[in-house]
Design a protein around this ligand. Structure first.
Ligand code: FPP
Ligand code: MG
Ligand code: MG
Length: 363
């Protein structure tokens, strides 16, 4: 029935916490100068928050690894207080677990701010008019304000990050920002050989898409004082989910919500961006190589590429690779230390469910 379905819907499980998070974010992006304030709040307003995919994953991960670890470990600031003896009794445990959850919510807030900042800058770079079904910020307020709004969100994310007083987490999320910039630059500056390289494509995809979710999953584990093993499994889940997500995104750019080729927006190929389906097709049809090398810029290149892609197993192989990453994400969740706690079990099932939603989605 629909009640049990709701209980298992990953998004429904954290719906209440997500709306608290949305309100918190609106407060966090308030700026002194009116222009900056209205620019920074733009994508945090009711109805334009997006799917909140990342916060959902992170809050579910927080619950999935909520194991009876050392009760005081959540108070850890650079490992100092974790060495304190547990002398707080039950109320100390209660406080520390509330504190742990709010630190994990803080990671989710930071992640969302970094994500939105990168989208604001991306829309400037891509000269995009729309985002999330409304005009992009650069379209409404111009490139200059959009760039500054992105910088502002990033700086607010940094302040929030500092408040956690955990240098390992600072290092993780700063590296994510480096990865976003690196991935974006790799995409913008691909050379002839790099365009034809699956390895280059996958590296770029990790930087642009998977690094943020994987490293913030890891940060969720670290602020909870989890072991290196649990942190690594959280990271692996995020990495594989992120890669699968992007591979499906690349397929949908060709197929849209149908299964037939050419029904998608074809935005990547029209911008000379080479993705997995084409790279797989190129293995079967080497004639594609010269088109790929010149970034499909000659007249007829896009149609020719689509023709060969249609005859090849490119789309299917990209889907298979996504399925392979989904399998690895599921394995990471299943490798977490066993727990009988029902809320831990439900959250783990929701994380597994999310991987299937990622791979079967049609938009
Ligand atoms: C969307 O890509 C863009 C990204 C995932 C990252 C963009 C990163 C930067 C612009 C570097 C600056 C980063 C920060 C943190 C300020 P897309 O254009 O392929 O997809 P979309 O436009 O369709 O969403
Ligand atoms: Mg873009
Ligand atoms: Mg872009």
């Amino acid at each position: 029935d629909s009640a049990t379905e709701d209980a298992l819907d990953p998004f429904a499980l954290v719906a209440d916490e997500l709306s608290i998070l949305a309100n918190k974010l609106r407060k966090m992006v308030v700026a002194e100068v009116p222009k900056l304030a209205s620019a920074a709040e733009y994508f945090f307003k009711l109805g334009v928050e997006g799917k909140r995919f990342r916060p959902t994953v992170l809050l579910l991960m927080a619950s999935a690894i909520n194991l009876p670890a050392s009760p005081l470990s959540s108070l850890t600031t650079d490992g100092v207080s974790s060495k304190l003896p547990n002398s707080l009794g039950n109320s100390g445990f209660q406080n520390s677990s509330n504190n742990m959850r709010s630190r994990q919510q803080c990671i989710a807030e930071i992640t969302e701010m970094i994500h939105v900042a990168s989208l604001l800058h991306d829309d400037v770079l891509d000269d995009a008019d729309t985002r999330r079904g409304i005009h992009s910020l650069n379209f409404v307020m111009g490139n200059k304000v959009a760039v500054l709004a992105g910088d502002f969100l990033l700086s607010r994310a940094c302040v929030a990050l500092a408040s956690l007083k955990n240098t390992e987490v600072v290092s993780l999320l700063s590296t994510v920002v480096e990865h976003l910039v690196t991935g974006e630059t790799m995409q913008m500056t691909t050379g002839t050989d790099q365009r034809c390289s699956m390895e280059y494509y996958l590296q770029k995809t990790y930087y642009k898409t998977a690094s943020l979710i994987s490293n913030s999953c890891k940060a969720i584990a670290i602020v909870a004082g989890q072991t290196a093993e649990v942190s690594m499994l959280a990271y692996e889940y995020g990495r594989n989910l992120g890669l699968a997500y992007q591979l499906i995104d690349d397929v949908l750019d060709f197929t849209g919500s149908s299964t037939s080729l050419g029904k998608g927006s074809l935005s990547d190929i029209q911008h000379g961006i080479v993705t997995a389906p084409i790279l797989f097709a190129m293995e079967e049809f080497p004639q594609l190589r010269e088109l790929v090398e010149r970034g499909f810029q000659d007249p007829g290149d896009v149609d020719t590429a689509l023709h060969y892609l249609g005859k090849s197993r490119g789309i299917q192989r990209a889907r298979d690779l996504a399925a392979d990453h989904v399998k690895r994400a599921v394995e990471a969740v299943q490798s977490l230390p066993p727990s009988n706690d029902p809320s831990v079990q439900i959250s783990r099932r929701a994380l597994v469910d999310l991987t299937h939603k990622v791979i079967t989605r049609t938009k």
